[in-house]
Design a protein. Structure first.
Length: 320
């Protein structure tokens, strides 16, 4: 007989998924009490939270529970890295129908744990509740290790725009899956399980990044957040952006523009930032420039080769 959440109960489930969880030197009190205690060596914590809802952010016929766990952790850990911080811990909120097998939840938690291990973070607590569909809520914490946070509002005219990590892969994978296919496998796996360049966030901060953001909604959309916060104009040079062969293959098969995947595809969680030209870290690719606004291009604008981009710049919640 399959063990379900209904037969196991809340406390049995919590015991099943927290047994043997690893910890780290940043965690002073882990799971088991009313709340966790996490160190804040310089008196500050970086905090972010995100939700994944079944049918909106993942489908069980597309992604395994393990994939969902990796993805849920990754999108929060990437936000911490985008502040120039080092992730330390996560708390997990989880809702699901009573008939969901316990094994599914254990696989989900293993994905969360394995993604956390990439950055040395630990799961320190959470909550469970019965719901009509699966909902995963992750709150991540990080430390700046004495540095100032890298904000979206720090870009300056004369800065260069640079990116590190994959762009467009997850969107290409999503496009393939919506058409009922499972190949190219590399892009499908990218949709299921992103690979953020976590270490590059703190590295960019140490190099002097003036602003930074993770690419969750699309390169142009997320650069728009920096442009608005910094009150500058950002111009993207698409000839500096590589279009990998798997994205070209998907575009050819679907009649879409491969460059559109790169410019507007989200959920790869690459990092994009602005730097003085001499400060761009090795391994980052310069893809644009920052300028002052004017009548033709007002502050808060993102252009592509000096012109407005035709079409959607990326994902936006609640937009119909």
């Amino acid at each position: 007989m399959t063990e379900t959440l209904g037969s196991t109960g809340e406390f049995g489930l919590i015991e099943a998924v927290t047994k043997g969880l690893s910890t780290s030197e940043d965690v002073l009190v882990g799971p088991g009490d009313d709340a966790a205690v996490v160190a804040a060596p310089d008196g500050r914590m970086v905090i972010t939270t995100d939700l994944l809802v079944e049918g909106r952010h993942f489908r069980q016929d597309w992604s395994s529970a393990y994939d969902v766990g990796r993805k849920a952790a990754a999108q929060n850990l990437a936000d911490i890295a985008a502040m120039g911080a080092r992730p330390t811990s996560l708390v997990i909120g989880f809702g699901a129908p009573a008939e969901l097998p316990v094994a599914w939840v254990q696989e989900l938690y293993q994905g969360l744990v394995d993604e956390c291990e990439l950055v040395g973070a630990a799961i320190v607590g959470g909550d469970t509740v019965q719901s009509d569909k699966i909902v995963v809520s992750v709150t991540a914490f990080g430390t700046l290790d004495g540095r100032a946070p890298v904000l979206r509002s720090g870009a300056r005219p004369g800065d260069e725009v640079a990116v590190v990590g994959r762009l467009g892969w997850a969107e290409a994978g999503y496009t393939v899956l919506t058409r009922g296919f499972r190949s190219p496998r590399t892009v499908v796996e990218a949709h299921r399980r992103p690979q953020p360049p976590y270490d590059e966030g703190p590295r960019a901060a140490r190099a002097g990044a003036s602003s930074m953001c993770d690419v969750s909604d699309g390169l142009l959309s997320d650069l728009g957040h920096i442009a608005v916060a910094s009150q500058v104009v950002i111009d993207v040079h698409p000839n500096a952006l590589a279009v990998p062969e798997p994205l070209q293959a998907v575009a050819a098969a679907t009649g879409l523009d491969a460059m559109q995947f790169v410019l507007t595809g989200g959920e790869d969680h690459a990092l994009v930032g602005t730097f003085e030209p001499a400060d761009v870290p090795e391994g980052w690719t310069v893809i644009g420039s920052v300028a002052e606004g004017n009548e033709d291009r007002p502050a808060g604008t993102v252009t592509v080769d000096g012109a407005p981009y035709a079409g959607s710049s990326g994902h936006a919640h609640f937009r119909s």
